[in-house]
Design a protein around this ligand. Structure first.
Ligand SMILES: NC(=O)c1ccc[n+]([C@@H]2O[C@H](COP(=O)([O-])OP(=O)(O)OC[C@H]3O[C@@H](n4cnc5c(N)ncnc54)[C@H](O)[C@@H]3O)[C@@H](O)[C@H]2O)c1
Ligand SMILES: O=C(O)C(=O)CC1(C(=O)O)C=CC(O)C=C1
Length: 365
């Protein structure tokens, strides 16, 4: 029998879940978004099978309800849905970046007989909105579920059976531990990225050339500062206790770095960077803890047709690319072409292919 899946919030994440679940057999994906333009776009882009203007009515027939909304909006919907008439077997989940407050609110639903199992796919982007949604966004990424300890195994398995069509790696995690770990690897880094951009803004007032010379390093570390501010306002507010803890640890770390610099012990300074490199290089990229794109930087001279020349070489060797863009990092004749691949193997083949067929230098960041 066909299962109705209602997705509320059709942006990057809700839209990507909807697209992925359209591939599940006997599933009808119904979508709602607060913005009428997004609802219209969802129809045009066929992100869902059907768009509704009233989620309450659609919820009555739903077998699964998935929130793709900013985390504070999810809490509001969880309040509202307590008065809705839902199927007794419905399973409600979310995709929010925070879990503790949402799982706390879920107890109110649970008390009314509504099953809620928190969810969070560890993949995303600084881009937002339905036009950024992709069916393969969650492939190989960890997709965390945070069921209450007393949740029925049968319900968790039902949700896992549906979500396996995202091709994420489904794992079960305690909500508080989730919020601690995501503060470390996701939420706090967003604060650091934003703070670096603030620092540049202040410096730029005195040295206006500073932002023009910001090259790959600054751009890499601050990419996530281009994320949706409303989304990050909600995430940081909900997880602020963990974030204050991270900030205190960071301030201690910065004090230690300050001491290192003041002492000027070159061996210790080198050791500081060496240890960071070792840990960073060992991050389990293929395990998909983070959304990984295998980027290759190619130094290209600026002449017409250079991009099609390179993509042509790759096509001749049957190497698929997932993205291509130009980084205007320098003010000379050369540009940096960034080509993304699906996996390490494709990237290595591309390095060899470009070395064989062209004289362009390639780098891996
Ligand atoms: N961006 C990421 O990298 C990422 C990754 C994993 C999880 N998440 C989580 O996924 C959720 C969605 O984030 P996103 O990146 O897709 O954001 P987004 O801005 O791309 O999409 C959010 C969508 O929700 C809609 N919306 C906002 N308020 C609403 C409301 N009250 N009712 C219905 N629709 C509403 C918006 O119109 C928009 O279409 C958030 O909870 C976020 O924490 C984000
Ligand atoms: O890749 C990015 O731009 C992201 O910010 C994705 C990211 C992350 O911090 O890694 C952001 C929020 C999430 O909840 C999960 C993933």
């Amino acid at each position: 029998m066909t299962k109705n899946v209602l997705v509320i919030g059709l942006g990057l994440i809700g839209g990507s879940v909807a697209l992925a679940l359209q591939k599940a057999p006997q599933v009808k994906v119904i979508g709602y978004d607060a913005f009428i333009q997004t609802r219209a776009m969802a129809k045009t882009l066929q992100v869902v099978h059907e768009v509704v203007d009233d989620p309450k009515l659609a919820a009555e027939k739903a077998d699964f309800i998935i929130f793709g909304t900013p985390v504070n909006a999810t809490l509001d919907w969880m309040d509202k849905m307590q008065t809705w008439t839902l199927k007794s077997t419905v399973i409600v989940t979310d995709t929010g970046s925070t879990k503790s407050l949402i799982m706390e609110k879920a107890k109110e639903l649970q008390a009314k007989g509504i099953t809620f199992i928190g969810g969070h796919p560890m993949a995303g982007s600084h881009k937002s909105g339905i036009t950024a949604a992709k069916p393969h966004l969650f492939e190989n990424a960890y997709y965390m579920l945070t069921p209450h300890a007393e949740e029925l195994e049968e319900n968790i398995e039902k949700l896992e059976t549906l979500l396996k069509y995202t091709h994420g790696k489904l794992v079960r995690v305690n909500a508080q531990e989730h919020d601690h770990m995501t503060a470390v690897v996701s939420h706090f880094p967003h604060i650091v990225a934003a703070s670096l951009v603030h620092q540049l803004y202040q410096e730029n007032a005195q040295f206006p050339m500073t932002s023009s010379i910001a090259a790959g390093g600054f751009r890499d570390i601050t990419r996530i500062a281009s994320s949706n501010p409303l989304l990050w306002r909600d995430i940081t507010v909900q997880n602020r206790e963990e974030l204050i803890g991270q900030l205190e640890q960071w301030l201690k770390e910065m004090d230690a770095v300050k001491d290192l610099l003041q002492e000027g012990d070159v061996a210790l300074i080198e050791q500081y960077f060496a240890m960071a490199k070792e840990v960073r290089d060992e991050l389990p990229i293929s395990a998909g803890a983070f959304y990984t794109s295998f980027d290759l930087y190619v130094d290209v001279p600026d002449y017409p047709g250079v991009i099609s020349e390179i993509t042509g070489y790759l096509a001749e060797d049957n190497i698929s690319i997932t993205n291509i863009r130009i980084v205007e990092a320098r003010e000379d004749l050369f540009g940096i072409l960034v080509i993304s691949f699906q996996n390490e193997d494709d990237r290595e083949r591309a390095v060899k292919c470009i070395a064989r067929k062209a004289n362009f230098e390639t780098y891996i960041s």
